[in-house]
Ligand binder design. Structure first.
Ligand code: DC
Length: 222
């Protein structure tokens, strides 16, 4: 296998751990590209939902994927030229994403697309299997996590700040269900890579988490 010289920083972790925010800020700081792999699974869940394809129908969803025109442009996400940035962020699409992501054929259909984000000068990729499966040769691997209670609290505050209704216990239960599904599936389960550094953010704010992530990245990549 040839060596790809373009550096990748892989940041994996559970739902609502803040890894997306940290990964985006690290990418900005380094001037690297950014891959939000969770958004891909959310787009697949949305496309299946809109075409009345059951989230359990592995083959039908895998067949759907090559027909989708997915674009990331200026921080916005497009599916078949429609801006779906907001639509894919609902709790319902989060649960759907976690269900479609458990299918091996769906994961396989997204491998090349994820690799195509690896462009000079480098890539920061966030997800569940960035370090273990998609970019096992990543130069830096970070497993970013926080307790389920802290993650539920953060999500609860986000919703309240947006003026939306929120139920802390329901959010906690949803997160725990999603953690269980993402960690227990047979293919590419959420797990810390053996060569990843653990970044526990329960006691950290965003700035502190970004600084800790940057400390894990060798100076020659910054
Ligand atoms: O990071 P997120 O919450 O947007 O991800 C949504 C779901 O997609 C998550 O519950 C599991 C799945 N996912 C995955 O299986 N592999 C990834 N690399 C990213 C996300």
């Amino acid at each position: 296998m040839s060596i790809n010289p373009i550096p990748v920083i892989a940041i994996d972790g559970p739902s609502a751990s803040g890894k997306g925010t940290v990964a985006q800020l690290v990418a900005e700081k380094l001037g690297y590209h950014y891959l939000d792999s969770g958004a891909l699974y959310r787009i697949i869940a949305l496309a299946a939902f809109e075409q009345n394809v059951d989230w359990q129908a592995e083959q039908a969803i895998a067949t759907l994927i090559p027909q989708l025109n997915i674009k990331f442009e200026h921080g916005e996400i497009y599916l078949n030229d429609s801006n779906v940035s907001e639509k894919i962020r609902t709790e319902q699409m989060g649960q759907g994403a976690s269900k479609v992501a458990a299918h091996p054929l769906v994961r396989l259909a997204l491998v090349d697309l994820q690799h195509s984000f690896r462009k000079a000068p480098g890539l920061v990729a966030d997800g569940r299997d960035m370090a273990t499966v998609i970019f096992p040769d990543a130069k830096t691997k970070i497993f970013l996590t926080a307790s389920a209670e802290v993650r539920a609290e953060r999500r609860y505050k986000q919703l309240i700040n947006k003026g939306l209704e929120a139920d802390y216990q329901a959010i906690l239960k949803d997160l725990q269900d999603r953690d269980a599904r993402d960690s227990q599936r047979s293919v590419a389960p959420l797990q810390q890579a053996h060569d990843a550094s653990l970044l526990e953010t329960s006691q950290l704010n965003i700035e502190e988490a970004v600084n800790s992530a940057l400390q894990a990245i060798p100076a020659n990549l910054q």
